[in-house]
Design a binder for this molecule. Structure first.
Ligand SMILES: Nc1ncnc2c1ncn2[C@@H]1O[C@H](COP(=O)(O)OP(=O)(O)OP(=O)(O)O)[C@@H](O)[C@H]1O
Ligand SMILES: [Mg+2]
Length: 356
């Protein structure tokens, strides 16, 4: 049903556009480890990621506007039927929508800001590596004597450039980010400083909020990555306007989204993609947290441990996962969903709601 409007695929999500200008993100059950998409899938993993993102989009709506417009698959079916009717035909029976229920987000399309807005509350991964070598993370000087996985005195914003496919993201300094933004939108010269500050400010606020919620559920949000985009407002006086500001329709029915004009002030910044999921974050179990070494990640560690024990050089294609590893990984993803949202995953599957 969506085949005509397919745009492209990332490692996990497939993107489609609908004729009224909206976009559909479908989260698959694909899993990647060590930057390789494995041949096996984890049943319902895409639903866990979508459900958690839905939860966070609702929770953080007062901090920042986001791209989520709808999650009901029947909205897609209705749109499609209306289009077929408008073309003078009687729409066919579209069949069951169960395959995509719980794993779609109908979104406002945005021009993706080419920055991974990473926030770290703990010292891990590439942050720990840079700290060990230079005492800094993305150029930010940290107190001496920190150990791997230590909690930082306060969360820090550590941006990275969005790498091309197959490449690793590159950590950059805040000044490097300003230059990167200026190069991305040349019309933005003189504006990229405040723009970068707005990104840092929103990312830190979102992290602080999310980390506090997760911590109450016994999960440490060691670090996470946000993506932001520019969406058109039609209002030249509202560069990053307040959340209640209305957004003008992006394009007319029957047309592809129009290209977004060059940066602010015609656009507003919105939160896009997925938010504080196991795929975009390091979740640690607070109960087993022990700094001065690496921590087991809450979800993927199970897969990584099994992969480490295989004879595999970490290049594509990876090995097929055995059933018990698939089941164990699924259980961890579901546990992350249930602990953070406090909702029942079974209910999410059956009723498409996030509730106890
Ligand atoms: N509202 C939006 N408008 C436009 N693009 C979006 C929006 N929300 C998310 N995206 C993009 O959709 C893609 C989601 O797919 P996925 O998460 O699988 O990608 P990925 O493997 O992380 O890789 P990459 O970001 O390099 O494409 C991302 O490229 C993301 O930037
Ligand atoms: Mg992604």
């Amino acid at each position: 049903m969506l085949a005509e409007s397919y745009l492209r695929s990332g490692k996990v999500r497939d993107l489609y556009s609908i004729n009224d200008g909206r976009m559909v993100l479908v989260a698959s059950d694909r899993i990647s480890a060590f930057d390789v998409v494995l041949p096996s899938t984890i049943p319902d993993k895409g639903r866990v990621l979508t459900g958690l993102s839905r939860f966070w989009f609702a929770e953080t709506a007062s901090i920042m506007r986001n791209h989520l417009l709808d999650t009901d698959p029947s909205v897609l079916a209705d749109t499609l039927r209306a289009e077929i009717r408008a073309a003078g035909h009687e729409p066919p029976d579209l069949g069951p929508l169960d395959a995509i229920r719980g794993r779609i987000m109908i979104c406002r399309p945005a021009s993706v800001i080419p920055i991974e807005a990473v926030v770290r509350g703990y010292l891990a991964g590439s942050g720990w590596k840079e700290y060990r070598e230079r005492g800094t993370v993305c150029g930010i000087r940290l107190p001496a004597g920190l150990r791997e996985s230590d909690r930082l005195p306060e969360p820090i914003f550590t941006p990275a450039t969005k790498a091309e496919q197959g490449e690793h993201d590159q950590n950059i300094t805040f000044d490097g980010m300003i230059d990167h933004l200026a190069a991305w939108r040349r019309g933005m010269t003189g504006f990229s400083g405040p723009f970068a500050e707005a990104i840092r400010d929103r990312a830190l606020r979102l992290y602080r909020y999310g980390a506090a919620v997760a911590e109450r559920k016994g999960i440490l949000l060691a670090d996470t990555k946000f993506e932001f985009g520019l969406a058109m407002t039609g209002d030249p006086d509202a560069p990053f306007g307040p959340p209640e500001e209305r957004i003008a329709p992006i394009s007319r029915v029957g047309r592809r989204p129009e290209p977004i004009p060059p940066g602010p002030p015609e656009s507003i910044m919105i939160l896009i993609d997925e938010v504080m999921t196991p795929d975009s974050s390091r979740f640690w179990d607070a109960a087993t947290y022990a700094p001065d070494g690496p921590q087991a990640s809450f979800d993927k560690q199970f897969v990584r441990d099994w992969l480490e024990a295989q004879r595999w050089d970490k290049t594509a294609p990876g090995p097929e996962l055995p059933p018990d590893v698939i089941e164990g990984t699924r259980a961890r993803y579901v546990e992350a969903f249930e602990r953070i949202t406090g909702a029942s995953f079974t209910r999410y599957l059956e009723e498409d709601v996030i509730a106890r």
